[in-house]
Design a protein around this ligand. Structure first.
Ligand code: 3HC
Ligand code: NAI
Length: 712
């Protein structure tokens, strides 16, 4: 029987709605199925449905036990995140889980696909759990800035101990079914149909006369001081500034000191506290935009082209990384290099990268060997790309060299193949115009290291065909990357904006801040690195080359960091030469500050007639971010980025912007656009060349609007 017959009325529309929880009895077992696509999230109707099902089970003479199932590919993906931040509606999830646990008849949960967050908490409310092979179980709440809020922090340590719970909860990680069984989080492992496996288990329990087994009634776990301290130490160090991970440890500790009811009340208190933090809002914004970034109206109904064979031209830093990423995801790769020595070097790098994947458990040795022997080859002759579906050029950043490569690709590649460039700054429209098939050309801007970094800027000249854009997005998904659509300009979305806030940092240094203070202040904001540490990592020769390239078109009012040029000429190219802004010593982590650098900066100040002044860390952060947001507003206005969320995703996935701040545009909205504009107008009073407020920012302030309103 299905609940549909006695479905509740939808409160707003006053019409019956199909109930997402069904109840039927099969051979003495009540089968309770949650069917709430796409992930069976525990929205209000599901919560109510589960409570109703529990009531019915208690009174149902036909049912001796119950089985909870998720319809579709997974058990339950968690609480309904879209309800967060809105007034909570009864019944609350902790009550639902308690109702399941309090059932007088045994309840089994059969977990396929995933039991995450509230999904695992529902399973922990059940008395027995069968995990299907391939399923993952976890409590990822901290990734959303909250903690498990339906007993997860209390029942998990009761079931598997404090140390094991602390391996899972503050990390927000998942464990595979096999490990879940080893830990005792699930009771048995099964293969095949979850309904059959769950029914078999339930029947077995009934036959054996097994009673209920409420996890909440298990004794308090031991107070494992060592594990608690270790977890606090680890998570204070990682994830600078994030509060939920540490708070989740407090909640687990509560389980060691309190009976279940009090522990759950304490968990709820911490959960509600986390729910009210701006970090929760930022992290949930990040969750939704990472998915929305793939939704482009221009691609509705556009089928991507088929890609299985990939060509990569140039096997240096980027080419080798791109080839690794593709090989790891099952693509066939042919890599073109200039000569055998370069090809061998590239192959060795790729082999090392794959070995790294084996060491991290992402790949087994046999698959690695098969990839290297069957799916990867190098060549010097472009003819080897005749069957490639898509080629990515990653040769030197030089327009003439790129055009020569594209002429070769145009000559050898089959009709319908996609021709892509990984250029960082060069004009993709010009590259496209240089071949006979500009509609097949697109920019695919990977970030270094390309097999690790998530971001892929898809750079689209006007000439590109829609199905080529769709192909780029499909490839990104296949490679496990997050794709952002960008228009053509110097630096696209990310690097163009980066060059502005880098310049703001240089202006602060010239005015009196030290590069070390700037780095510290920026890191205190939550960035993983400051601009000068970053410069040392990337190589100061790169910044120097960019300044040289732009010299001819530079506005005379622009400020050139002459101290950075001086560092370059001194051979201080950053980490790779042992010296840059910092001094790097073998065996020491990080670099040491260097008074010589400060002298070079003082010299530059004297040349510019600047009397240095003090900066507070807060002013540094505000100027840095104001420069970022102001340039982002221009990038949006010009259509280089279509939506503020595209900028947010670019910075979260390509530049290490602190995820809990949601992204720079989200941060700007939260900070308040009038305040930001006010700052920029203040700065403009001392420097009206650099600090021109972006028209879009002014318009949004005058309309009392925000960036979020442009996300669609
Ligand atoms: N609530 C609401 N919507 C959700 C959701 C959730 N918990 N999980 C996923 N969705 C939505 C996504 O936004 C997406 O919507 P869209 O199609 O409109 O973009 C759709 O479901 C499909 O999601 P994915 O594209 O991510 O699908 P996948 O199949 O790749 O992955 C998943 C499925 C592994 C479940 C993944 O979606 C995921 O990790 N979800 C979040 C899991 C999570 O964080 N759960 C904890 C929630 S907090 C909680 O439970 C609190 C409790 O302790 C009280
Ligand atoms: P690299 O110097 O490490 O590698 C370039 C490779 O191309 C070399 O191995 C070289 O032998 C090869 N090559 C040069 N001309 C060739 C030709 N005609 N045919 C075949 N191979 C040729 O350079 P890197 O850093 O890998 O950069 C490559 C491209 O990627 C550039 O356009 C760069 O702007 C871009 N890029 C670089 C990033 C980085 O962080 N290094 C990030 C994103 C993009």
């Amino acid at each position: 029987m299905n609940y549909a017959a006695e479905a509740p009325l939808d409160e707003r529309e006053e019409r019956p709605v199909t109930h997402p929880v069904s109840y039927e009895v099969e051979d003495g077992i009540a089968v309770i199925t949650i069917d709430n696509p796409p992930v069976n999230a525990l929205g209000r109707a599901v919560r109510q449905g589960l409570c109703d099902a529990m009531d019915r089970l208690a009174d149902d003479p036909q049912a001796q036990a119950a089985l909870i199932l998720g319809a579709g590919k997974l058990f339950i993906g968690g609480a309904d995140i879209s309800e967060f931040g809105k007034p909570p509606k009864d019944p609350w999830l902790p009550e639902v889980v308690q109702r399941i646990e309090d059932s007088p008849k045994p309840v089994v949960a059969a977990i396929q696909g995933a039991a995450l967050g509230g999904g695992l908490e529902v399973a922990l409310g059940a008395h027995y759990r069968v995990a299907m092979k391939g399923a993952k179980l976890g409590l990822p709440e901290v990734n959303l800035g909250i903690i498990p809020g339906a007993g997860g922090t209390q029942r998990t340590p009761r079931l598997i101990g404090v140390a094991a719970a602390l391996d899972i909860i503050p990390a927000g990680g998942t464990v595979p079914a096999e490990q879940a069984v080893e830990l005792g989080l699930a009771d048995r492992l099964a293969e095949g149909d979850p309904r059959e496996a769950g029914l078999a288990y339930a029947r077995e329990l009934v036959t054996a006369g097994a009673g209920t087994r409420p996890v909440g009634q298990m004794p308090c776990p031991d107070h494992d001081t060592v594990a608690l301290e270790a977890a606090r130490k680890t998570w204070s160090k990682k994830n600078r500034g994030e509060v939920a991970r540490l708070a989740s440890i407090d909640a687990v500790e509560a389980a060691t000191r309190m009976p279940i009811a009090a522990g759950i009340t304490e968990e709820r208190r911490i959960f509600s506290e986390m729910m009210d933090t701006p970090q929760r809002a930022g992290l949930i914004h990040a969750f939704f935009i990472e998915r929305k970034v793939f939704q482009l109206p221009e691609l509705d109904g556009v089928a991507p082209r088929e890609v299985s064979q990939l060509g990569v031209i140039g096997g240096g830093t980027m080419g080798a990384g791109i080839a690794t990423a593709a090989l790891l995801r099952g693509l066939d790769v042919t890599l073109i290099e200039r000569d055998d020595a370069a090809a061998e070097k590239a192959a060795a790098t790729i082999s090392r990268n794959l070995e790294g994947a084996v060491k991290r458990g992402k790949l087994d040795g046999g698959t690695r060997d098969a990839i290297l022997s069957d799916a990867f080859r190098t060549a010097a002759d472009y003819g080897a790309l005749a069957r490639a579906d898509l080629a990515i050029e990653a040769v030197f950043e030089d327009m003439d060299v790129k055009k020569q490569v594209f002429a070769e690709l145009d000559r050898v590649m089959k009709p319908g193949a996609v021709l892509a460039t990984n250029t960082s700054y060069l004009d993709v429209t010009e590259i496209a115009a240089s071949v006979s098939r500009p509609s097949d050309v697109i920019g695919l801007h990977f970030f270094s290291p390309a097999h690790v970094m998530k971001l892929l800027e898809v750079v689209v000249p006007e000439s590109t065909a829609p199905d080529v854009i769709a192909t780029a997005f499909a490839l990104a998904k296949r490679l496990g990357k997050t794709a952002v659509r960008a228009g053509v300009c110097d630096g696209f979305i990310g690097n163009r904006i980066l060059s502005k806030y880098r310049a703001a940092a240089d202006r602060m240094v010239l005015a009196g801040a030290s590069p070390y203070q700037v780095d510290r202040a920026v890191k205190a904001f939550g960035w993983p690195m400051g601009p000068y540490e970053m410069g040392d990592l990337a190589g100061l020769d790169i910044g120097y080359a960019t300044r040289q390239r732009r010299a001819a078109t530079r506005d005379p009012r622009d400020i050139v960091p002459t101290w950075a040029d001086a560092l370059y000429h001194l051979g201080r190219h950053g980490q790779k030469t042992g010296r840059g802004y910092y001094i790097y010593e073998e065996g020491k982590r990080g670099g040491a500050e260097d008074p010589e650098v400060l002298e070079l900066i003082d010299k530059a100040r004297a040349e510019h007639g600047v009397t240095p002044r003090d900066f507070t860390d807060e002013e540094i952060q505000r100027r840095y971010m104001a420069a970022l947001v102001n340039e982002a507003a221009r990038v949006l206005e010009e259509g280089i980025a279509r939506r503020p969320l595209d900028v947010d995703v670019t910075f979260l996935h390509g530049y290490g912007f602190p995820r809990w701040r949601g992204g720079p545009m989200f941060w700007a909205d939260e900070t308040g656009l009038p305040a930001l504009l006010g700052d920029i107008e203040d700065y403009a009073r001392e420097d009206d060349f650099f600090w021109q407020p972006a028209p879009l920012l002014k318009r949004l302030v005058s309309e009392n609007s925000n960036f979020a309103s442009l996300n669609g």
